[in-house]
Design a protein around this ligand. Structure first.
Ligand code: FE2
Length: 240
């Protein structure tokens, strides 16, 4: 575990049996243990949004995960959110509590279809900001349309925050995605690194590995900023 920082993970599919994340409580337990061992102290559970989701069930599962962590002796705090595939009525759903922001803050974790164009993302950011939310673009490195010059800058200026998956930072010297992430971090356009963990066998958390890799580089903002410090703004519902 990293001694330097208490990490906060804002993107995690740890609720059991609700989406393509943990299949059962056992897998949830393994993910919690792995995250704890890597230095995570607070996790926002972010199951995929569905119009059919029973919010009460999500809250009960969240409470169950918290209990499980404590039974295992892990002093992990667990909050609730959702990963929201953008659709036109999303701002309304958020206003009405039919879709969840991150830990009851103004920050909403939003994803897009891989093929969505920049105009779609830009419009979504504007709609959400106009409705009083702060969009956090989930795994921003997946949207190739953002790699054109000036685009991440424009989104950030419009009020969006960008999240990258820790795993994407672990690529080698010639990995284009890792290189893009690093460049954007150095320009201050990546606000959060998160695990996007799903299952212990196929998509475990790789936060520690990414944190250590980034820490070796003398960059500004430093690794601690995007692995924990910035996340406090979400938990305190303050504008970053
Ligand atoms: Fe996800």
């Amino acid at each position: 575990m990293t001694d330097q920082l208490e990490m906060i993970d804002i993107h995690a599919h740890i609720l059991p049996g609700i989406d393509d994340g943990a299949r059962n409580w056992e897998e949830t337990g393994h993910l919690l243990e792995a995250a704890w061992a890597q230095g995570v102290r607070h996790i926002i559970a972010t199951p995929h949004f569905s119009r059919k989701t029973d919010m009460e069930q999500l809250r009960q599962l969240k409470a169950g995960v918290r209990e499980l962590a404590h039974r295992k002796g892990l002093e992990l705090e667990i909050s609730l959110g959702q990963e929201l595939r953008y659709f036109e009525e999303l701002p309304l759903y958020l206003e009405q509590g039919r879709a969840l922001t991150l830990a009851e803050s103004r920050y909403a974790l939003v994803e897009f279809k891989p093929g969505d164009g920049f105009q779609t993302i830009r419009r979504a950011v504007r709609e959400l900001v106009q409705s009083g939310f702060i969009p956090v673009l989930a795994h921003a490195e997946r949207y190739l349309c953002l790699r054109e010059t000036g685009r991440t800058e424009e989104l950030v200026q419009s009020g969006a925050c960008l999240q990258v998956n820790a795993e994407s930072l672990t690529g080698g010297l010639f990995d284009r995605t890792a290189a893009w992430c690093l460049k954007e971090i150095q320009k201050g356009r990546i606000h959060f690194a998160a695990s996007d963990m799903h299952r212990p066998d196929t998509r475990p958390p790789r936060l520690e590995e990414a944190f250590k890799k980034l820490s070796k580089k003398r960059i500004c903002p430093d690794a601690a900023t995007i692995f924990g410090k910035n996340q406090r703004y979400i938990l305190e519902n303050k504008v970053l």
